[in-house]
Design a protein around this ligand. Structure first.
Ligand code: ATP
Ligand code: MG
Length: 603
């Protein structure tokens, strides 16, 4: 064996992999640099979810022609100079890694000019190689255009998810930075469309409103605490607004977004018994600590933070969130009519009641991230374990092939004149040749819907629809984007859902068999978001199967209670006509027979 030093370009590519994992990493690093440069207006333009172009333009301090070349060198930073500075980091950046990493895996063009310079400079670099430098006219500030990301790492490029998923990551990074600096104006444009246009905001609450919609802001109360170790401010969701969708959970320390399973637990513990299992409240929590009491440099993307006194922070956070949830609506509302209202109310009178708090004994997995399972975001399977995961071992799936036999089987079992009995709206009992046949209503509906959706998606047949009295649902800007991106799919399946404003949709119609009770439509829309949010980037046939399945499970879970024998008979007829009346598409039994001899044995 012989040791060799790797050539510089390969070493750079490896190092880049740590910092630049996907297009959203580039957006994050460039936005953070623009903030560090003192800009008050930052615009982000993205094409094809960042595959083709990511451009970040700021009006910050700009760079001299020399620095414009130097900034792409590894360890080139203007933000720290000494080892002591590392203890007191107040900027986003400090390692001089980001631009070098981006330039190693993409084509980059930088145009920049400082206030004091007459002309600007344009630097072109590709795969760490400096291609050109020339003088150009440029406004004050910096303009980074990153093209063809991962052009030299085909494996990375291939493993990027669908545009919907990659763009969702970009929006998340954008929001995380935009929330930390309400005073800065930000815009985000995707494929020529404005996604966010954020004017400089008077305060955090206005920024949240501009960014996530008035709906989110209406559902939160403020939190505040001030101890010798940590100052806490921000907003947490009212318990009744907790949602099955993950999304608006934000933790920041000293103006930097970070993830922490441990502190997430502190928040969730404060909601214990206040919210239904499987739901998560939104929260926007800002911690201020002495910069020397944290270590930001423990993870390549700087989104994990080590706190010196993490158990004390856990307790403080728990206590102040608990206090806010107990206070509920009283006095905690954001007062939009009075812009002069205090941004951070003093700590609530009941704060002390919740202290001291016993030190949590739960074991902590430092790698655990509440939002990810492995490399995967939590999806609806985590909330509905009955949905199988295509690609994993699962129960045999009994589909199509023996259509006729199933029909025969069914006939054998039902007597032509059989009476049906509906039990609890959940089961249909009917006489069969050898005993009593029991049909699980929900699963029967799931089978029928699955067949229908599969047909709709693979053969493009027309769908039947139930129309509703229009129901307006606030879905947030992210949700609205999801509905936009999946317009065609939803229409084909039989949904009639219109966009309304930037963060709301109006439901006019749903596929036949779906809920029609306006009160339940809200929940249905939430579940719809969970499905749309998932990555459907897999093989096309699998995608159609898995979509049909998810929409069938969703439809069957919300359907009206079966009440009359006439409806029951209709359902049985439809089931009989399905591709497999015995099992759902995930292999669950729909029909069970109670044999006569077993009934005999009971007497
Ligand atoms: N938009 C910008 N405006 C002005 N100067 C910039 C801009 N972006 C980068 N720079 C300069 O280039 C240097 C290198 O940027 P880079 O992001 O690679 O490192 P960093 O921000 O110092 O640290 P980190 O790797 O932790 O982000 C910065 O320290 C800064 O001096
Ligand atoms: Mg940086």
């Amino acid at each position: 064996m012989q040791l060799k030093i790797l050539p510089r370009n390969i070493a750079d590519m490896i190092a880049a992999g740590e910092v630049v994992q996907r297009p959203s990493s580039v957006v994050k690093e460039l936005m953070e640099n623009a903030v560090d440069a003192g800009a008050d207006q930052i615009s982000v333009t993205v094409t094809d979810a960042g595959r083709t172009l990511i451009q970040v333009i700021d009006n910050g301090c700009g760079m001299s022609p020399d620095d414009a070349v130097l900034c792409f060198e590894r360890h080139a930073t203007s933000k720290i100079a000494t080892a002591e500075d590392l203890q007191e980091i107040t900027t986003f950046g400090f390692r001089g890694e980001a631009l070098a990493s981006i330039a190693a895996v993409a084509d980059v063009v930088l145009r920049t000019r400082r206030e004091e310079d007459e002309v600007g400079v344009e630097v072109e670099i590709s795969g760490s190689e400096h291609l050109s430098t020339r003088e150009v006219a440029a406004p004050k500030g910096s303009n980074f255009a990153v093209r063809n990301l991962f052009y030299n790492i085909p494996a990375r490029r291939k493993f990027l998810k669908s545009d919907t998923v990659e763009f969702r990551h970009i929006v998340e990074e954008f929001q995380r930075v935009a929330l930390t600096r309400p005073e800065i104006g930000f815009t985000l444009t995707h494929n020529g469309r404005d996604v966010h246009v954020l004017k400089p905001a008077k305060s955090l609450k206005f920024r949240i409103m501009d960014l996530l919609g008035a709906g989110v802001v209406g559902e939160v109360v403020d939190i505040a605490a001030d101890t010798s170790l940590v100052r806490v401010h921000g907003f947490v969701g009212r318990p009744e607004s907790a949602k099955k969708t993950l999304g608006n959970q934000f933790l920041f320390v000293n103006g930097r977004y970070f993830r922490s399973a441990y502190l997430h637990k502190a928040v969730m513990k404060a909601y214990e018994a206040l919210i239904p299992e499987g739901t998560t409240p939104s929260y926007f929590i800002f911690l201020e600590v002495d910069p020397s009491s944290i270590d930001v440099n423990i993870h390549p993307t700087k989104t994990e933070i080590k706190f010196e006194e993490d158990s004390v922070i856990f307790q403080t956070l728990y206590a102040c969130v608990r206090e806010a949830t107990a206070r509920g609506g009283a006095g905690g509302d954001i007062d939009f009519d009075n812009p002069e209202a205090r941004e951070m109310p003093v700590i609530g009178p009941r704060f002390d009641e919740y202290r001291p708090v016993s030190i949590p004994t739960a074991g902590v997995d430092p790698d655990y991230n509440p939002f990810m399972v492995g490399d995967k975001y939590l999806d609806e399977r985590d909330f509905h374990p009955e949905i199988p995961f295509y690609g994993e071992p699962q129960r045999p799936s009994y589909t199509v092939d023996k259509h006729e036999d199933y029909g025969k089987l069914f006939e054998d079992r039902t007597m032509p004149t059989a009476q049906v009995l509906v039990v609890q709206g959940k089961y249909i009992f009917s006489q069969s040749a050898s005993g009593v046949m029991v049909v699980n209503v929900r699963r029967a509906r799931e089978r029928i819907l699955f067949d229908r959706f599969l047909k709709v998606l693979s053969e493009d047949v027309p769908v039947s629809q139930s129309t509703l009295f229009p129901v307006q649902v606030n879905v947030g800007i992210q949700g609205r984007l999801l509905f936009d991106a999946h317009q065609d799919l939803l229409k084909r399946l039989g949904f009639d859902i219109e966009a309304f404003g930037s963060d709301t949709v109006v439901v006019n119609g749903v596929p036949e068999g779906y809920v029609t009770d306006p009160g339940k439509v809200h929940t249905m829309v939430g579940d719809l978001i969970l499905i749309l949010n998932d990555d459907h980037g897999a093989l096309p046939e699998m995608m159609v199967q898995s979509l049909a399945q998810k929409f069938a499970v969703l439809g069957a879970s919300g359907g009206e209670k079966l009440s009359s024998p006439v409806e029951a008979q209709r359902l049985l007829d439809a089931l009989l006509g399905s591709t497999n009346p015995e099992f759902t598409s995930s292999g669950r039994r729909i029909i069970s027979i109670l044999p006569l001899d077993e009934i005999d044995k009971r007497f």
